[in-house]
Design a protein around this ligand. Structure first.
Ligand code: SF4
Ligand code: SF4
Ligand code: SF4
Length: 207
């Protein structure tokens, strides 16, 4: 990566940029986004109930979402403890969702251009030239509460996401690639172009 590209990535990773604020992953058990925005009364009970402090209140004013809870997986993924699902007074979060396997916050996607294992495999196959930095990394696999179900290593190397992914974002939190993680969660029920987060924001810009 060129120095200029690194500078641009660093500047773009500034957490107050609006591209971050639109990456809304709702708490596990949340209803579809449109209904969520109608039902959530911004009481913050779910935020207060979260023992891991991963729920934040949105400061974005766009579409009136200010005060609604969201998870910012690049900093802290959801531990799927399910403590927040029983406290919502309006049904914005479904209290019948009690098992982590029932949740569908979103689905993880891997950036094949920056994932260390993808790069390693490309070097092994001769697709790209080695640069002396190739290494294997199993952080996403090891951090997944549903490892081998939601994510597995294809051919022992390539991290591969399955439909059982809950979108908890723990793999995003633990991914060592900086400044832009090599894995991101596409939040459920939100159009990619608006809400897919920083990694996909860069992809859309062709970077
Ligand atoms: S499931 Fe647990 S860790 Fe995840 S947002 Fe709810 S309370 Fe927080
Ligand atoms: S508990 Fe329910 S209504 Fe209150 S902020 Fe959380 S999602 Fe919104
Ligand atoms: S692959 Fe990532 S987002 Fe999906 S369940 Fe595993 S840790 Fe959570």
């Amino acid at each position: 990566m060129s120095i200029w590209q690194e500078i641009k990535n660093t500047l773009n990773s500034f957490p107050l940029k609006s591209s971050y604020q639109i990456n809304r992953m709702r708490p596990p058990g949340s209803c579809d986004e449109e209904m969520f925005m109608k039902l959530c009364v911004r009481c913050a009970r779910c935020v207060e109930a979260c023992p891991y402090r991963v729920l934040r209140r949105s400061s974005a004013t766009k579409n009136g979402e200010i005060g609604t809870p969201y998870i910012y997986a690049e900093i802290a993924g959801c531990q799927l403890c399910m403590k927040c699902t029983s406290v919502c007074p309006t049904g914005a979060i479904d209290s019948s969702i009690v098992e982590m396997q029932q949740t569908s916050i979103g689905i993880a996607r891997i950036n094949e251009d920056t994932c260390m294992n993808h790069i390693y495999a490309k070097i092994e196959s001769g697709e790209i030239e080695p640069d002396g930095t190739a290494a294997l990394c199993n952080s996403c696999l090891n951090s997944c509460p549903l490892r081998e179900e939601a994510i597995y290593l294809k051919d022992g190397i390539i991290p591969t996401i399955t439909e059982k992914c809950t979108g908890c974002g723990l793999c995003v939190e633990r991914c060592p690639i900086k400044p832009v993680k090599a894995i991101a969660v596409i939040p459920k029920g939100m159009p990619d172009a608006e809400t897919a987060g920083y990694f996909h924001y860069l992809k859309r810009l062709g970077k």
